[in-house]
Design a protein around this ligand. Structure first.
Ligand code: ADE
Length: 246
């Protein structure tokens, strides 16, 4: 997979070198490119923003640098013959979740377009749709100062799903928001007793069936308590009601 980042703050992406994506890049699984959008601004001040038509507070990112940046970065990524996916990180996008991370992990080339200020001129997004697949993605219902942190979060969620990337594939299956959609059950390690608190007996019982049932019940309890929106009632063929995650 190839990942490109278009930003006016390339330093935000230094952590890519340290973390999971850095390791994947070192192992040849990932190609990473971080690009300063101002490279495609040609006036003396390398201007990337201007006042909004129609008035209003704040500044809007100008279209021209984005257009040139896409032309250059898309051609660099097209050697696989696949179409690229341009990801605009924006609070007005679709909400990011594990399902979307899984979808993006199937793509050959992601280009993250990180907006700042009041946003990017709408024509940039309309133009991008004509030259690539476009996703507008929000990390959640809150406003960050720009899309860089969101692009990093999306990157980490996507990259760890790439085949051959995680050391332990089983941990991908069991964790929160994986298939089954329940939050993860609580976990414990040694010592058996700490600060007057004991590890639940069932985990020491060696009874794998009982442990699996306890973990499932805890996952359901936690999900019902913290994220009831993830649960939908469902019924087995024999009429037994079960709780199912959406
Ligand atoms: N940029 C600013 N706020 C954002 C958010 N919540 N998600 C993604 N990108 C953003």
């Amino acid at each position: 997979m190839r990942l490109d980042y278009l930003t006016i703050f390339p330093d935000f992406f230094a952590p890519l070198e340290l973390s999971l994506p850095g390791k994947a890049a070192a192992s040849g699984l990932l190609d990473l490119g971080v690009h300063d959008l101002r490279r495609w601004a040609h006036d003396r001040h390398r201007t990337v923003d201007d006042t909004p038509y129609g008035g209003g507070a704040g500044m809007v990112m100008k279209p021209e640098p984005w257009g040139e940046a896409f032309a250059e970065v898309l051609s660099a990524g097209s050697d696989t013959g696949e179409r690229s996916t341009i990801v605009f990180t924006t609070p007005s996008g679709e909400r990011f979740d594990q399902r979307l991370a899984e979808e993006l992990s199937t793509r050959e080339h992601l280009v993250f377009a990180c907006g700042r200020y009041e946003g990017i001129d709408q024509r940039v997004i309309d133009h991008a749709r004509e030259i690539a697949e476009v996703r507008e993605i929000s990390l959640g219902d809150y406003v960050l100062n720009g899309g860089e942190v969101a692009a990093l979060a999306v990157t980490e969620a996507v990259v760890r799903l790439l085949p051959g990337f995680m050391g332990n594939a089983a941990s991908l299956v069991e964790e929160s928001h994986a298939e089954g959609g329940l939050l993860e059950y609580p976990v414990y390690t040694k010592p058996r007793s700490w600060e007057g608190r004991d590890v639940p007996d069932v985990l020491l019982s060696g009874d794998h069936g009982a442990i699996a049932r306890w973990r499932h019940a805890e996952a359901v309890r936690r999900t019902a308590e913290r994220r009831p929106d993830l649960l939908t009632p469902s019924v087995l063929d024999d009429g037994t009601p079960i709780v199912r995650a959406v």
